[in-house]
Design a protein. Structure first.
Length: 178
């Protein structure tokens, strides 16, 4: 592992922290590594001496009263990733000018419009399925149509949430050093 990979992994393990706190920690470790290299250590040896990313992250998170095991569990769930992305988004927006905030809100509205437009195929499929059932004119048609409607609506809801979270995370979840 090289220094850049080490630092990226460290930053990734600290995503639960606000951007400024996370950047400060990563910068401190980058300076420690650079200092060791300037003093004659090889990059690989400096990284070994610093320790593993997981242990460093655990230590740094505990300094903020955060259980690293809980955080690592949340990073694997969409909801946990979404919360981290929201935190990053709020931290980024608090440092931006009004013009940039308005632009970002516009981008969010476009994302919501895209999510809303994904409903069109689901409406078409639902109407097609209900129409098909009505052709049979069986007494269970109303019940079957209701079940199909619920299943299709639930499928859309899950699809919309996953799509929104994916787009939001890609656009706003990535951390950048300011």
């Amino acid at each position: 592992m090289n220094k850049q990979t080490f630092l990226k992994n460290l930053e990734s393990n600290l995503l639960v922290l606000a951007i400024d706190k996370r950047n400060k920690i990563v910068d401190n470790y980058e300076k420690k590594i650079d200092k060791m290299i300037l003093e004659g250590a090889k990059e690989e040896d400096a990284l070994k001496e610093i320790g593993s990313v997981a242990e460093i992250a655990k230590k740094e998170l505990s300094n903020f009263g955060i259980d690293a095991n809980y955080v690592n569990g949340n990073k694997k769930s969409y909801f946990g990733l979404f919360l981290i992305a929201i935190d990053n988004f709020v931290a980024k927006m608090s440092k931006k000018e009004t013009k940039e905030v308005v632009k970002t809100i516009g981008e969010l509205l476009i994302v919501l419009l895209i999510v809303a437009l994904t409903k069109i195929p689901f409406i078409f499929i639902k109407d097609l399925a209900v129409t098909f059932l009505e052709l049979f004119q069986v007494s269970v048609t109303d019940f079957a149509a209701s079940v199909i409607s619920v299943v299709i609506e639930a499928t859309y809801l899950v699809t919309a949430v996953v799509l929104f979270i994916s787009i939001f995370k890609k656009r706003f979840g990535e951390s950048t050093k300011n």
